[in-house]
Design a protein around this ligand. Structure first.
Ligand code: CA
Length: 253
């Protein structure tokens, strides 16, 4: 399920789109002008924005440009909706940072197909596709996670968190990024919340023997890795080439 912001001043079109989005299992949020759209994005970062070009006070194009210039919204997937279909307008829309462009009138099937394509490319964690790293596997369709044959029981937040980390493995995610992408909000929720849920996630993974896959990058955030590094003490004890081990050998000689 994806949270999709629909920025459209024509109520009938907005309602029709919202109906189709709900039918496809998404969660539509409606905004009738640029100001309402900005407020919605400030509150909760959506998975994708359907942005009408012609809006009453500020154009969708200007809004897309502003979002592309802001660190928090730079990656926000945007599909521009417009009655314009001239080649030059299409280029202007894509130049402003839209990921796709769809001319009115459009069929709802086409709109839904474009939404799926943009989400697959830019926000795969919002689609119900199985994700796996090593033996750790999560199926959003059945809401189940396994490590090998062992099922891992997770609360709803831990499930979303693991889903996100499995979709983007090996990268370090800051607490603010995780709040935005997993909770949809980095403004009104404390960063400490992330630590609490990472702890719970590790406890759940520990029951399947894979808690070490979630690594803490000191001062930076968290990452999920297929090849967890052994703890520092383990490296020093096991590796005879390590400086500490060599010094110890010298003293005993
Ligand atoms: Ca309009």
């Amino acid at each position: 399920m994806s949270r999709i912001l629909v920025v459209e001043d024509e109520a009938a079109i907005a309602e029709l789109i919202a109906l189709n989005l709900r039918h496809a299992g998404h969660e539509p949020v409606l905004a009738a002008d640029a100001e309402a759209a900005q407020r919605a994005v400030d509150a909760v970062l959506p998975d994708l924005v359907l942005l009408d070009w012609m809006l009453p006070t500020q154009s969708g194009l200007a809004l897309a440009r502003r979002w592309r210039g802001d660190e928090r919204t730079r990656q926000l997937p945007i599909i521009l909706l417009t009655a314009r279909s001239e080649e030059a307008d299409k280029v202007a829309g894509l130049d402003a940072g839209a990921d796709d462009y769809i001319a009115k009138p459009f069929s709802t099937n086409e709109l839904m197909a474009r939404i799926r394509a943009v989400l697959r490319r830019k926000s795969p964690e919002s689609l119900d596709e199985v994700v796996a790293v090593g033996a750790l596997r999560l199926d959003p369709g059945t809401r189940r996670a396994h490590h090998g044959a062992q099922e891992i029981r997770l609360g709803p937040t831990e499930f979303r968190l693991l889903h996100y980390l499995l979709t983007y493995p090996e990268r370090v995610h800051s607490r603010a990024q995780l709040l935005d992408r997993v909770w949809g909000d980095h403004v009104f929720i404390e960063e400490r919340t992330v630590d609490v849920h990472i702890k719970r996630l590790r406890e759940a993974l520990a029951s399947a023997g894979c808690a070490a896959m979630i690594e803490t990058a000191r001062g930076a955030g968290y990452r999920l890795t297929a090849q967890p590094r052994p703890a520092a003490t383990t490296i020093a004890a096991a590796d005879p080439a390590a400086p500490g081990a060599a010094a110890g050998a010298d003293r005993s000689a």
